[in-house]
Design a protein around this ligand. Structure first.
Ligand code: ARG
Length: 251
């Protein structure tokens, strides 16, 4: 009798254990991620309109590393930070540079990538400093660090802010503006990888200052921040960041 009891008790414990385990596997916490998919090869849409790119692979690998689920949505840059503030989504994974100004309003994870600003001009043209852009029409994506860098440099040029850097490039190729400023991986993509623009563009120079990308979340979500940082560390330790760089930037 005693041994039967012990057996039944054992079964109960096992069952309880299994339920707890199953609970953990099935009820992964889910977070919504916003990416402005106009920034190839960091976050952009493939032919099937699915989100892809370096930041996309990175945030998915982070999720995998810490056992959470993420759903990445394409959200326009203009207003992307507003949406994370109002809780429409949890994380912005959009090649966002960590800046002092932005840190006042949002929390950033540890850095996941490093970039410089790059200036693109038509093939055959050359500029080697920001000051060379004096009197020129310079395009960039609205409210990005490229635009901020131009403003801070106080170069007397005409700044044109676009919703999408691709439209700025189109205007550059069409001769309507003289230069485009954007993050260097994006510049390299348009200059070297985009077939329509082959031979038409020149990545003329990069700024010295480095910028660091971070994932952006609403202030005060300490648990989520901790989890993401833990994931970033794991992804880097496993060398996946290098794999993604090779896959998307060939470097
Ligand atoms: N790194 C720049 C910034 O933080 C540009 C980011 C633009 N990202 C995008 N997905 N459009 O301002």
């Amino acid at each position: 009798m005693k041994s039967v009891c012990r057996f039944l008790l054992g079964c109960g414990a096992l069952l309880l254990g299994l339920t707890v385990c199953a609970g953990q596997t099935f009820a992964k916490e889910k977070y919504i991620v916003a990416s402005d998919c106009t920034w190839p090869p960091m976050e952009f849409l493939n032919d099937q309109k699915q989100v892809q790119g370096y930041s996309t692979d990175f945030i998915r690998a982070v999720a995998e590393a810490v056992g959470i689920e993420v759903e990445v949505r394409n959200i326009a840059w203009d207003g992307i930070f507003g949406g994370v503030a109002t809780g429409q989504y949890d994380i912005v994974a959009s090649s966002t540079t960590i800046t002092e100004e932005r840190k006042k309003q949002f929390d950033f994870t540890d850095p996941y990538f490093e970039v410089h600003q790059a200036v693109i001009v038509p093939a055959g043209k050359q500029v080697s400093t920001l000051a060379d852009l004096k009197g020129k029409k310079v395009g960039g994506q609205i409210a990005t660090t490229g635009i901020f860098v131009m403003r801070n440099a106080k170069v007397d040029c005409e700044l044109k802010e676009y919703d999408d850097v691709g439209l700025a490039i189109q205007d550059l190729v069409g001769g309507r503006i003289d230069a485009v400023i954007c993050d260097d991986p994006v510049a390299m993509y348009y200059v070297n990888m985009k077939k329509d623009y082959a031979g038409k563009l020149n990545l003329s120079f990069k700024t010295e200052d480095k910028e660091l990308y971070g994932f952006t979340i609403k202030k005060g979500r300490e648990d989520l921040l901790k989890k993401l940082n833990e994931g970033i560390a794991k992804v880097k330790a496993a060398g996946l960041d290098k794999e993604f760089a090779k896959k998307w930037m060939g470097q």
